[in-house]
Structures are given as C-alpha cells and as structure tokens.
Design a protein around this ligand. Structure first.
Ligand SMILES: [Zn+2]
Length: 296
C-alpha cells in the first residue's frame, strides 16, 4: 500500500491495483483532537488493519467500502442515515442491492468471505452537512445521493481535500444499478459536486487523487456525459417496439461479454428501468398497450 499525503492532516491509503474494484482508496485524517478513517478497504484489511481510530466514516453501504472494517478498532462507526442499515447488518446490506433470492444467497457468502463483512449493530447515522471536529481539522458531510440513497462525500478543511467516494470519474461511468440507486439523484449530485472548490479530490477507485478544480471538472463532465450516451443508445435500441426483457437481454450498461454473471442482470434491469422512466417523462420514448417500448 502506498501512502500519499495530500494535506497536513490527510493521507490517502492507496489500494491494490490503484484502488480498482474490489479494492479502493481509503483516507486517514489525523487531527490534534482525534482521528478519522474513511472507507476502510480490502487493502486495509489485507495489511492487517489499523490499530485504532476514533471514528470510521463510510461514504455509502457497498461491500468494497467496508471490507476493512473488521480489521479496524474504532470507537464510533458512522454512515449516512439513509444507508446505515446496510452497515449494521448483512440483511440490511443485501436489501440495498435488490438482488433476486438466488443471487442474493450467493452474494451473501461472498460478502462474508471475500469482503470479511459481518453485522456492525453499533454503527450510527450522520446527516447532510454534519461536521466532525478533530481540533485543527474538520470533516464535513456533503450528501451526494444517486449511487445509493445515502452516498456522501467528505470535505476536509483547512486541507482543501474532498473525498468524493463513488463519483469515481471512471470510464465505466456513473453506477446506479441497485434497488437503492436513483438516476435523477445522481445527475443532481454531479451538479452539486461540480461546484465544490478543493485543492485535491480523492475517488475511492482507480483515479485516486485528482488535483485542481479545473482538472476535476474536466473529468467529472466526461464521467457525467456517459449518462446521455446511455440515453442515446437506448433510444437507438428502440427504433422498433421492444419488450423490457429484450432490452435487458441486449443490455445498456455493460459492454458485450463483460456482464458479471452474479449481479449483472439485476444492474441492467434497474438501470434500464431508470433510463426508460426518464425518456418517457421527456416524451422521447412511449409505451404501447402491449407493454412494448418504442422511440417516439
Ligand atoms: Zn459503491
């Protein structure tokens, strides 16, 4: 693990393969009056954990963001109120994905083994704009829902560092494929985080540290534009009447041959459902009486 200091109080604990899933980049904040660890990753677990911090802050309840939790001794563990049930119990976490029963049973095993996840009943919720005061440094919550309902960024001052979680600037694009995801919320959150002026932006995956607002906005706009490309692709698929099942079969999100066997179908279903709702609202797509969809 490579530690990267991005401010006097802030260290990025770079995950294996630069934080590529299933790994990720955790952040350690050390103030005069306390310590915070954000999103303990699989790498944090694999290197034997972190002996002791006052608080763990979790950007959202997804397996990769809590994979190191069991290897960290923390007095308090927090996630946003809308996601904290996904940290408190495995059942709560599974309810966030919205998988079919058989897929959920398989994934439950993977959560416990690959990601070392168990119940954390003492985890408590935080609210939008809550501030954690560590003496000479503060951590402020910036709620950015869409990826999950409780997905949150953390703004660390005076260091000028923003941890933006899974607004990850990847070429895959925004992920809103869970029961707990929402496309319109994600679009609004991209607009919110675009206004954020920081010296360094830290993503949980892949990009890691992006320095300067201009570069962040450039990468954020490219990331956000993938939503519009998916809209266009779906409209092109609907040049003739198609059923929902046919659209899911062909797929909108994953490139041919890359759909994960366990949860890929569920992700396609949820994402296509969200894009269809948006395109129908805009009058770009219509639903026929027989249930098939077509471009207007
Ligand atoms: Zn996530």
């Amino acid at each position: 693990m490579t530690d990267v200091e991005v401010g006097p109080h802030v260290t990025v604990l770079t995950g294996a393969a630069n934080g590529k899933y299933p790994d990720g980049n955790s952040v350690l904040i050390e103030g005069s009056d306390g310590t915070v660890l954000i999103d303990p990753s699989l790498t944090v677990h694999d290197r034997g954990g972190i002996r002791e911090v006052d608080r763990v802050l979790i950007s959202h309840a997804h397996e990769d963001h809590i994979a190191g939790l069991s290897a960290v001794r923390a007095t308090h563990i927090h996630a946003h109120h809308d996601d904290v049930h996904g940290v408190r119990s495995l059942d709560g976490l599974l309810s966030i994905y919205g998988l079919a029963p058989r897929e959920a049973a398989e994934f439950r095993v993977e959560l416990a083994t690959t990601f070392h996840i168990g119940d954390v009943p003492n985890a408590t919720g935080f609210d939008d704009d809550d501030v954690f005061d560590l003496g000479d440094v503060t951590v402020r919550v910036l709620h950015l829902p869409g990826h999950t309902r409780g997905h949150s960024a953390f703004v660390i001052e005076p260091d000028g560092v923003a941890f933006v979680g899974d607004v990850d600037l990847s070429s895959f694009g925004p992920y809103y494929g869970d029961h707990w995801s929402d496309l319109e919320d994600f679009v609004a959150s991209i607009a919110t985080v675009r206004e954020l002026d920081a010296r360094h932006y830290v993503t949980f995956h892949h990009k890691g540290v992006v320095s300067g607002r201009d570069e962040f906005v450039r990468q954020l706009d490219a990331f956000g534009s993938i939503i519009g490309q998916r809209d266009e692709r779906l409209v092109a698929m609907l040049d003739r009447p198609r059923t929902f099942a046919e659209l899911v079969h062909d797929g909108l999100i994953y490139r041919p041959g890359t759909r994960p066997p366990s949860f890929g179908d569920a992700v396609e279903r949820r994402s296509i459902e969200l894009h269809l709702a948006r395109l129908r609202r805009e009058g770009v797509v219509v639903a026929h009486a027989d249930g098939r969809f077509e471009a207007a």
